[in-house]
Design a protein around this ligand. Sequence first.
Ligand code: DAH
Length: 366
Amino acid sequence: MQGLDAQSLKSVSDEIVQAVDAAENLEALDAIRVNALGKKGRISLLMRELGGMDADARKAAGQALNIVKDQVAAALEAKQFVLPQAALNEKLATEAIDVSLPSRPSREARLHPLSRTIEEVLAIFAEMGFQVAEGPDIESDYYNFTALNIPPEHPARQEHDTFYLPANADGQRKVLRTHTSPVQIRTMEAKEPPIRIIVPGRTYRSDHDATHSPMFHQCEGLVIGDGIHMGHLKGCLIDFCRAFFGVDDLPVRFRPSYFPFTEPSAEVDIGCTRDGGGLKIGAGDDWLEILGSGMVNPRVLANCGYDPEKYQGFAFGMGIERIAMLKYGIPDLRTFYDSDLRWMRHYGFLPFDAPSIHAGLVGGAG
Ligand code: DAH
């Protein structure tokens, strides 16, 4: 029968395999497959012709046709594998970028001075063996106040201008944490001494003016161990202040103060001068308050299940915005949250310029 002789079958096979080789994409390949092997495809139609042949001829033609079918199927399968790779290679070639080229200055991102300041604080305390700890922004009243020795009706509660969330089913009202100190409690509940943690995070108070923002950042520190005393607190914080501000002989003063969660408590001031209108940090005739600190109140230790006879510790807390403003000469707190790109270009930092003690922490802004 015409069409099923060896010569014709070979040319059918050659023709289809050539088309497969030439196919440029998967859609074209699929069309070739349908035209060859689909219900009404060329090979399928030839198969149907077998029915009209006598037995011997049918056997020979059938075998020959199956070989053609296998050749075509193999060619299709191979091409199906190759095509996506070719497409990918082309994409890689056309979309290649030279990552070693310098970036365009106009597109360079900047790291926010608050992020930078947090990184600097962490770098200094990491060097002293502190671990970073974090806690939730939404806190229970217990962690934010009571466990820190600020019982209900304590006057310190009023000073915190707390944001309260609506009461839940059991009548409890969660709060947006007013300080990072609750992470002290969470850490002491979870671990046994020795503890040396540094806790950066967001804090919230209902207060908004040139020097207060309803959301701001604090960094908390806690050290607990056997035989920890006020000398450790002083040494640690003096070293921190000098490293952070990059002034080796920076005067640091501990001024008696009061916090419910520490006893005794001290506020930490650094030396400065205001001669000539500008503020200069370093030896001078004036002082700037930058930190709250103290020896952890034995009641707080007991609230966390520690034996105050056995363990002592010190804690401290500082406002990140405040120390960033002082270090980098940023005059207005509100500009931190304006997302003003010109401000970011001026005060921001190059993202790959990570702070480290050895490289120096006093890299200039911008
Ligand atoms: N939590 C205090 C505040 O928000 C700051 C503070 C003071 C934290 C003394 C401390 C500390 O851990 O010992 O004002």
